[in-house]
Write a protein that binds this ligand. Structure first.
Ligand SMILES: [Zn+2]
Length: 236
């Protein structure tokens, strides 16, 4: 089972993608117990967008609990401020620089692609799509000196054409935000948001349970409202 986080920051940020450092520590206690319990399905952790706060708050806690993660970075935004998940009254979070992404590699994490500009890949022309997928792959490989073979679709949005071009430029796996996606090329993850607790995350980790079904319905309802434009803060 794969979880998707965004920000771990000790401040008020726009939307639902921030998880406070204190709660993150408590959640890691619970996830470490889950993995040590011999559960058939161990949990792994991913971080989308490559925010700089990862190194300050998430990384030390992850190391303390024996976790490494995959960070999905947006290549052309390295070292810049976020441009889609903020409001005018709360400062946007910064993305990691190339040097900081490299430091993540040295700490045992992986850095893979979340595209070049964090646009809905389905909306791009063939040429733009290829540039977005191949360009981000090349840039991250140059920075990390490791193979980039996984693409995490911005906003979790993809279609058959996006998958085909991703394969064509050398990716071996795609990731969405629908936990029920099961490939063959695109796999799903459970997003963890500011309102989640160890209890709700544990429910997500219990496949086929009533609690898991409830979490899935919550996810669908929230996504449905976001698409209707009622909650512009719902971003991945
Ligand atoms: Zn994202």
């Amino acid at each position: 089972m794969v979880l998707a986080f965004h920000k771990v920051e000790p401040r008020l940020t726009w939307g639902v993608t921030n998880y406070s450092p204190g709660r993150f520590l408590r959640l890691l206690d619970s996830l470490a117990l889950h993995n040590q319990s011999g559960a058939a399905d161990g949990v792994s952790i991913t971080f989308d967008d490559g925010y700089r706060s990862f190194l300050d708050y998430a990384d030390p806690a992850l190391i303390e609990h024996g976790f490494t993660t995959t960070i999905f970075a947006v290549s052309s935004l390295a070292g810049k401020r976020n441009s889609w998940d903020y409001s005018s009254i709360l400062a946007p979070s910064a993305h990691m620089t190339a040097t900081e992404l490299k430091r993540c590699i040295l700490h045992g994490h992986r850095v893979q692609s979340h595209g070049k500009t964090h646009r809905d890949l389905r909306s791009l022309s063939d040429r733009e799509l290829k540039d977005e997928l191949a360009g981000s792959k090349d840039w991250i490989e140059n920075v990390t000196e490791e193979e980039v073979c996984e693409i995490c679709y911005p906003f979790g949005l993809y279609d058959r054409r996006v998958e085909d071009v991703a394969k064509e430029v050398g990716y071996k796996r795609g990731w969405s935000m629908n936990p029920r996606d099961k490939g063959p090329f695109t796999y799903g993850r459970w997003g963890v948001y500011g309102f989640d607790t160890p209890l709700t995350v544990n429910a997500k980790l219990s496949p086929d349970s009533f609690a898991s079904e409830l979490e899935f319905l919550k996810l669908r309802a929230t996504n449905g409202m976001a698409r209707a434009g009622r909650f512009a803060f719902w971003t991945t």
